[in-house]
Design a protein around this ligand. Structure first.
Ligand code: NAD
Length: 290
């Protein structure tokens, strides 16, 4: 393997240690601890794992987590009422509603209902819009985590050919906006795009977020390119893999993020980053807390 590994696990741990220290120092000085409301509707097993991870990380770094586990038949009005209550609760700095939601509930309505200053997922139209106009507020966690990993390489993105594979609201689109903000020349491909191989071959930086295991062949990667794999898939044997065929890609790339241990841990670290950011903002401007 010639590529250097982008170790998201190590970076996430070091960021979390910094947040923990920062919170402990503030609490020792008499401040209240940050609070994160974690709302899960129904009992989708993958969501339960993600929610448990988020709550454990909160506990580790000193964020109070307020768990709300609602039944799968929860109505939109009931969920809206809970979000309104969290928006108004001064102990809560961040609100996270685990997606996907059961079919009777609208994720768009839920996202828009969360107060933008408590939207630690960064999905609210105001926060997405702020990223688009180069005035970022709370930033979507996965793309932000990818940017933090890229930062560790010291490589300047100005003028780089960057390719984002996938155009979802939660990963691909905000990823493209982050890369544009960093000065890259950005191409976004999606399920209707043609000739993925040619796009990948041109790219100095590839972010793979299509949700298709092994979609990106290692032989397509430009020698020396940086490869960030957002995809997470469980194989039949229980192991995890990404959207990129790792071994041949690692032979050509300059840097590559593994799955697991790459982008995944960074998503939770950036959720904690956003929670700390929202908390600090609320401490500085108490009128925002309610
Ligand atoms: P999604 O299904 O909402 O979006 C997938 C996108 O990929 C769409 O825009 C689609 O058009 C595009 N696409 C599909 N097939 C394609 C193809 N053949 N060529 C090019 N583009 C194609 O998925 P998502 O929510 O954005 O998640 C993507 C992947 O990232 C999934 O594997 C998911 O599990 C993973 N994910 C990981 C993290 C993390 O923390 N690491 C966070 C969120 C999502």
């Amino acid at each position: 393997m010639t590529a250097k590994l982008l170790d998201g696990r190590a970076l996430a741990q070091s960021l979390q240690a910094q947040f923990q220290e920062h919170i402990a120092h503030a609490v020792a000085g008499g401040q209240r601890a940050p609070g994160l409301a974690v709302i899960q509707v129904g009992d989708d097993p993958a969501s339960s794992v993600y929610v448990a991870n988020k709550r454990n990380t909160c506990q580790k770094i000193g964020v109070l987590s307020f768990a709300h586990e609602l039944p799968a038949h929860t109505t939109q009005a009931e969920l809206n009422a809970l979000i309104d209550a969290c928006n108004a609760d001064p102990r809560i700095d961040g609100i996270l509603v685990q997606l996907p939601l059961p079919p009777q509930l609208s994720a768009n309505e839920v996202i828009a209902r969360i107060a933008p200053h408590k939207d630690v997922d960064g999905f609210h139209p105001e926060n997405m819009g702020r990223l688009a106009i180069r005035q970022p507020g709370l930033r979507p966690c996965t793309p932000y985590g990818v940017m933090k990993l890229i930062e560790t390489t010291g490589v300047d993105l100005y003028g780089m050919e960057a390719l984002v594979v996938g155009a979802s609201n939660i990963v691909g689109r905000p990823m493209a906006l982050e890369l544009l903000l960093a000065g890259a020349t950005v191409t976004v491909v999606h399920r209707f795009s043609k000739d993925l191989a040619a796009h990948v071959a041109r790219a100095d930086l590839v972010v793979a977020a299509a949700g298709k295991p092994g979609l990106i062949q290692g032989e397509w990667i430009k020698p020396g390119a940086m490869v960030l794999d957002v995809g997470i898939h469980r194989r039949a044997d229980g192991s995890l893999c990404g959207d990129v065929v790792f071994a041949p890609a690692a032979e050509r790339a300059g840097w590559i993020s593994p799955v697991p241990g790459g982008v995944g841990p960074m998503t939770i670290a950036m959720l904690m980053h956003n929670t700390v950011q929202a908390w600090q903002q609320h401490l500085n401007r108490p009128s925002l807390t309610a």
